[in-house]
Design a protein around this ligand. Structure first.
Ligand SMILES: [Zn+2]
Length: 541
């Protein structure tokens, strides 16, 4: 009577082993440690820069610059009574402020606005927001369009008066309609966020466009984003590309990253990796965002749009990782593990696997567990290995499901639990892990559930597991869990033998020797006995 192989396939043979370095051609299991690609994240990043967050960010930048905002040009007609110089860029003499005050009191409306600016910024006099508000209001009532804008800022920020977004909106609108360019930008933001008015994306778009056409670089950037995702206007990639380009030309560094994406994906322009590389580099050097750094590193790693350079890839992965990019952390771990672009360092690899796992990279969770299981770059710790295999398995990493099942089966790092082992072998099998199919069959066979054992041996065999082929052959030979069928037994014995299963070789030889299910053939019997013998000598069992 032939005997089945009864040992489960242990994880160390299959998955408790690190993926070898890319140059090791003997192993092709790279799926668990592949680099996270830039393309994978591209869609996300495209959106990232066009969400309201980006606009809030621009708004914040503009708010910060409000204190530096001066509208003194309207005073050019009047001059200081003492030094006789116009109130243009600065106060020329100590008496300029007194002079300005006098003009304002005598209904020089432009002087009112300029005086307010002095009080607002504390120039030539003590800062006094209440007085600034008072004189902006006076000037605005007298039709000075710059004062309307400045008054809106006071209402918007609660400076010198109570905060009042509705009034701010109305004044931005007045100023914008009177041609104050910065007010156009603010008005657009009010419409975009629904601040002081009802949210209206079409109107927001209209005023972003006005501001962009008048040279506001932040507006150009946002306008491009609106065109890209079709917000407040029709989606139009060519126009998006055009405005990203204009924004960059006008000194908006944020748009460099988006321009790079246009070139990389061929959106609104011809695909051009060299140009994509160029703008990713510019964006990275300007510290625009971690995503640019990540993509730059990936282009260096793959030699796309530039000459392949692993040291530079490592450098930029590190920069991106230090800026909190979790995919870069993962790739950095791989660089450290294999010594790509840096000196091989398992401790650092472990550190970055841990960081990326903690930041939700599923593949990293599984690898971190392997580090703990094998004691790579850290102390061996089965409980922690179990913890991270479980995390990874629950997040759908199929290799982790398999390994988790094995830990449950062997009681490693956790209490032995055959039900849970079965559960996770099932999950892994459903996800196509062929070794799990075989182990499942063994579990069922141990429970004397021969039909299910047969079913999973068959699955494993069909998926190329040689131990599965051998055991399936025996199921057919003995009629276990299925009808006895000597032809099929022979077929699977042959398959298993051809795939290098030494027990099957031996059984096959005996079949040929005894003529069971076929004609006797002593030559073939000899051939397979010899093969089996060689295998047993060279492969310690
Ligand atoms: Zn003066």
């Amino acid at each position: 009577m032939f005997e089945k192989g009864q040992a489960i396939i242990n994880a160390p043979e299959v998955y408790f082993r690190r993926t070898p370095p890319p140059d090791d051609a003997s192993n092709t299991t790279t799926s668990d440690v592949s680099y996270t690609s830039a393309a994978e994240t591209m869609a996300l990043h495209n959106l990232r820069t066009t969400t309201p967050d980006a606009i809030d960010d621009v708004e914040r930048k503009i708010r910060v610059s409000i204190s530096e905002y001066k509208d003194t040009d309207t005073a050019s007609t009047a001059s200081c009574l003492y030094c006789n110089k116009p109130f243009i860029e600065k106060l020329w003499c100590k008496e300029c402020i007194t002079s300005l005050e006098k003009l304002a009191e005598h209904v020089d409306k432009k002087a009112m606005n300029n005086l307010a600016n002095r009080y607002y910024n504390g120039e030539g006099t003590k800062k006094n927001l209440e007085k600034a508000f008072y004189w902006y209001q006076k000037a605005a009532e007298n039709g000075v369009k710059e004062a309307m804008h400045n008054l809106a800022i006071c209402y918007n920020n609660g400076k010198g008066t109570e905060k009042n977004l509705e009034k701010a909106f109305q004044l931005y609108q007045k100023a914008a309609e009177n041609g104050v360019i910065k007010a156009m930008m603010y008005l657009a933001i009010c419409y975009y966020n629904g601040k002081g008015t009802v949210k209206n994306l079409e109107k927001a778009f209209h005023w972003f466009q006005k501001a962009a056409e008048n040279g506001i670089k932040e507006a150009m950037f946002i306008l491009a984003a609106c065109h890209k995702i079709g917000e407040g206007t029709e989606k139009n990639l060519e126009k998006a590309f055009y405005w990203y380009q204009r924004a960059v030309e006008n000194g908006n560094t944020d748009a460099m990253y988006n321009l790079a994406i246009c070139y990389e994906n061929g959106e609104g322009t011809e695909k051009n990796l060299e140009k994509a590389f160029y703008w990713y580099q510019k964006a990275s050097e300007n510290g625009v965002n971690k995503e640019a750094m990540f993509n730059l590193a990936t282009l260096f790693k793959n030699g796309e749009g530039t000459v392949k350079n692993l040291e530079k890839a490592f450098y930029w992965y590190q920069k991106a990782a230090e800026n909190g990019d979790e995919k870069a952390m993962f790739n950095l771990a791989i660089c450290n593990y294999y010594g790509e672009g840096t000196v091989k360092n398992l401790e650092k690899a472990f550190y970055w696997y841990q960081k990326s796992a903690e930041n939700g990279i599923k593949k990293a969770m599984s690898i971190l567990a392997i580090c703990y299981k094998n004691g790579e770059g850290t102390e061996k710790n089965l409980e922690k290995a179990f913890h991270w295999f479980q995390k990874a398995a629950e997040n759908g990493v199929k290799e982790a499901m398999f390994n988790l099942a094995t830990l449950f089966k062997n009681g490693e790092g956790t209490v032995k639990n055959l039900e849970k082992a079965l559960h996770w072998y099932h999950k892994a099998s459903e996800n196509g892990v062929k070794e799990a199919m075989f182990n499942l069959a063994i579990c069922y066979e141990n429970e004397k559930n021969l039909e299910k054992a047969f079913h999973w041996y068959q699955k494993a065999a069909e998926n190329g597991v040689k131990e599965g082929m051998h055991n399936l052959a025996i199921c057919y030979y003995n009629g276990e869990g299925t009808e006895k069928n000597l032809e099929k037994a022979l077929h699977w014995h042959q398959k298993a033998a051809e795939n290098g299963n030494e027990k099957a070789m031996f059984n096959l030889a005996r079949c040929y020797e005894d003529g069971k299910g076929m004609e006797k053939n002593s030559e073939k019997a000899f051939y397979w006995y010899q093969k089996a013998a060689e295998k047993i000598i060279f492969t310690p069992l």
